[in-house]
Design a protein. Structure first.
Length: 428
């Protein structure tokens, strides 16, 4: 990784380079996905079958797994993995249960009643990739908040393996998380089926979960037909470190994100040149023993950087401008800086709060805004699975008091029918 000294220009040029990763989707991919969506919309399950054969090679013998059948998969995974899933689920539940909002009602002395009703969505679809990108942790992170929100039914779609069977680790996670039904179908056709509904696959209100470029494009194109969680970009980590940080930890944490994807970014901001140099040596030592070495090297070569800053304030200013998905504060007194970090998906405080702790276990969600969108987007949460509606009750006397103001506002906007709706109630 390059070591650059912050000068107010070099470090911000890095942000412009990172923005290139999240450019416009290839028009060819958009055309392919659009055709898939239209076919599924018009032909339903027959189109889903056709695309499944074309892209996956064959239709699995069993295309749907009901909730009571999911328990079988808990016996197919080792006990330590099952225990880890259960423990992680409990932590995720404990954290997200504190996000739950309540409905409320305000009653005034004049008889006016107003309020807000909060309830979970009716049905949500979770997309879970198969193959090398199969992450059971994502099942927990998507399904548990939905359950807490009060979602009535959680439908999961996931492509089967080449043998026609689902990934047992994913299915075990679905059982632990409380998924209601699983359909063994993947790709853009699965997203389209969830959005429009088919003879077998029910229409959902929202689609969440990661996927490849075809899945991500389908979600983007279908936003409005259904709600989606977010259009996620490549993974990213930014670490802020002072002279007390451990170079071995820093190198390990940088590579923990670089291994996701050749487009992933891993950046270290440090106030110590010695720490910067020692981290480079640790990267060289540790990478030799990692399975995804080629991916890590390409990620660090193209989107990795070590920047030496004059002080922590300069580093935090840069962090707020970059708005990273993951931000680690490997500094002497990390709790001092919570109130200064305004733009980050999730913040990890101290040398013993590494990013994988959040990915798998601690409780906060690992579905996070990327590509600088942490400036205005939030992590997936219970809020992502609820809807709100307001209600109003006015007495005749209170509407009479408000009528002149309402009529004036409506007339000013040229909406005379609005004004008339008020006037007619007081015409003699």
């Amino acid at each position: 990784m390059n070591i650059t000294k912050a000068n107010g220009k070099a470090e911000y040029a890095l942000i412009e380079n990172l923005k290139k990763r999240s450019g416009e989707t290839d028009p060819k991919i958009i055309n392919i996905v659009t055709n898939i969506i239209n076919s599924v919309k018009e032909q339903g399950d027959s189109a889903v079958r056709e695309f499944t054969v074309r892209f996956d090679g064959a239709i699995p013998k069993k295309t749907v797994v009901e909730k009571d059948e999911l328990e079988i998969y808990l016996d197919m995974v080792d006990d330590d993995f099952k225990s880890a899933l259960i423990n992680a689920k409990q932590n995720i539940y404990d954290f997200h249960s504190r996000q739950l909002q309540n409905s409320w009602m305000l009653t005034r002395e004049n008889g006016v009643i107003m309020g807000q009703r909060v309830r979970g969505l009716n049905r949500v679809g979770i997309y879970v990739p198969g193959g090398t990108a199969a992450y059971p942790s994502s099942v927990l992170m998507n399904a548990v908040p939905a359950k807490i929100a009060g979602v009535q039914e959680i439908i999961m779609v996931t492509p089967p393996g080449k043998d026609g069977n689902p990934n047992p680790d994913i299915m075990a996670a679905a059982a632990v998380a409380g998924v209601d039904r699983v359909f063994l179908v993947g790709g853009a056709q699965a997203v389209a089926a969830l959005a429009y509904g088919t003879e077998k696959i029910p229409k959902v209100d929202k689609i969440v979960g990661p996927g490849n470029i075809f899945v991500a494009t389908a979600k983007k194109l279908l936003y409005g037909v259904v709600d989606i969680d977010m259009v996620a970009g490549p993974s990213e980590i930014l670490i802020i470190a002072d002279k007390t940080a451990k170079p071995a930890f820093l190198a390990a944490d940088l590579m923990s994100q670089a291994e996701h994807d050749k487009m992933a970014s891993a950046i270290l901001l440090t106030t110590s040149l010695d720490i910067a140099k020692a981290t480079v040596k640790e990267l060289e030592n540790q990478i030799k023993y990692l399975q995804r070495q080629e991916i890590i090297e390409e990620s660090l070569n193209h989107f990795g950087e070590i920047i030496v800053c004059e002080n922590l304030s300069q580093a935090i200013d840069f962090a707020n401008e970059l708005a990273p998905e993951h931000l680690e504060m490997c500094v002497e007194e990390p709790l001092k800086y919570i109130g200064k970090i305004d733009n980050a998906g999730s913040v990890f405080l101290g040398n013993f709060s590494p990013e994988p702790l959040g990915d798998y276990y601690a409780g906060p969600n690992h579905v996070l805004p990327t590509s600088g969108t942490a400036k205005f987007f939030s992590p997936l949460s219970v809020d992502s699975f609820i809807k709100k509606s307001s209600f109003i009750y006015y007495t005749p006397g209170e509407l009479s008091k408000a009528k002149d103001d309402i009529i004036k506002l409506a007339d000013t906007e040229g909406l005379t029918a609005h004004a008339n709706s008020i006037k007619v109630r007081f015409d003699k």
